[in-house]
Design a protein around this ligand. Structure first.
Ligand code: SF4
Length: 296
């Protein structure tokens, strides 16, 4: 595979699915997430601490992603079969380490004691679903021989350009087999058809941008690892790419409207970022301690 193209740093904001999702859900939450240093009322450290809160589902996904990343990197060095006992011990250690080094939303707001052994139950099931899947067997047989060409969680944020606009789309695992490029994205939560289709299109465009590949030669796959192994593999055609590009431009311009200086990515005043009306979002929001919207 060719090297991923690099970009000089610019301050202008870059579109990503998660950024626009946050923007759509609650403008104030979006402000805290991306523009905390412009908050004139709250100490930056406090906002950053709240931003760093993790949650049980989030951390489970994070642990699984990192263990699969390590497993694939191991296959780039050693091809002999995984010793399941050792692998599960390693997975438990990682779970313990991650759980003990972070503050959980459920603990901070509800006083819940987070036991790594409880988090590990789902981590273990999820990893076993992957290791026992026919796809993993297929990867070992067909992709491992060219493992030096794999891209596993590339450095950075997956920057590229869509119609000259800055965008980010970070793949979990990309590998070539013959003339096709496969992209896999691990999910430990529930399927979200609309959002995940958008992601698949983003991955296709990202790979096509960096490796000059036609959409026909790119196979993006969303992998649901829990409760059972399942894949969502949709054919991305030129119409859906065109539509996606237009959506990204529209959504980027939408986010620009909340900026006082677009080139420098400086936001308008915090009061221009309204609270959501969705009380369920507030209930699960990291910032509810400091946000007046969370107390309405
Ligand atoms: S508490 Fe509610 S209104 Fe405030 S940032 Fe969070 S989601 Fe938005």
């Amino acid at each position: 595979m060719k090297d991923i193209k690099t970009f000089n740093y610019t301050e202008i904001l870059g579109w990503s699915i998660s950024r626009y999702e946050k923007f759509s859900n609650c403008k104030r939450q979006y402000f805290y997430d991306y523009y905390a240093k412009f908050d004139k009322e709250m100490p930056l450290e406090k906002i950053q601490f709240l931003k760093s809160l993790t949650s049980k589902p989030l951390e489970t996904g994070n642990i699984v992603h990192d263990i699969i990343r390590d497993l694939l990197r191991r296959y780039q060095k050693i091809t002999k079969p995984v010793n399941m006992d050792k692998f599960l011990k390693y997975s438990f250690k990682i779970t313990e380490k991650y759980c003990c080094s972070k503050t959980f939303f459920e603990h901070y707001y509800n006083g819940e004691i987070i036991l790594p052994s409880k988090i590990y139950v789902k981590v273990k099931d999820t990893l076993e679903n992957f290791l026992n899947s026919s796809r993993f067997t297929w990867i070992k047989k067909n992709a491992v021989p060219q493992s030096f060409k794999w891209i596993i969680e590339p450095e950075g944020f997956g920057e590229f350009r869509i119609k000259k606009y800055k965008a980010f789309c970070k793949v979990d695992f990309l590998f070539p087999i013959l003339d096709k490029v496969y992209i896999m994205d691990w999910k430990t939560g529930k399927p979200d058809v609309k959002k995940h289709l958008k992601q698949l299109t983003g991955y296709t465009l990202w790979a096509s941008y960096h490796f000059n590949k036609e959409a026909d030669d790119i196979v993006p796959i969303i992998v649901y690892l829990y409760p059972q192994y399942k894949e969502n593999n949709v054919k991305i055609d030129s119409n859906s790419i065109l539509e996606f590009e237009n959506i990204v431009v529209y959504e980027t311009k939408n986010m620009y409207e909340y900026l006082a200086d677009i080139e420098k990515n400086i936001p308008k005043d915090k009061k221009e970022f309204p609270f959501t009306n969705n009380s369920i979002l507030c209930r699960y929001c990291n910032y509810k301690e400091i946000c007046p919207g969370g107390r309405l």
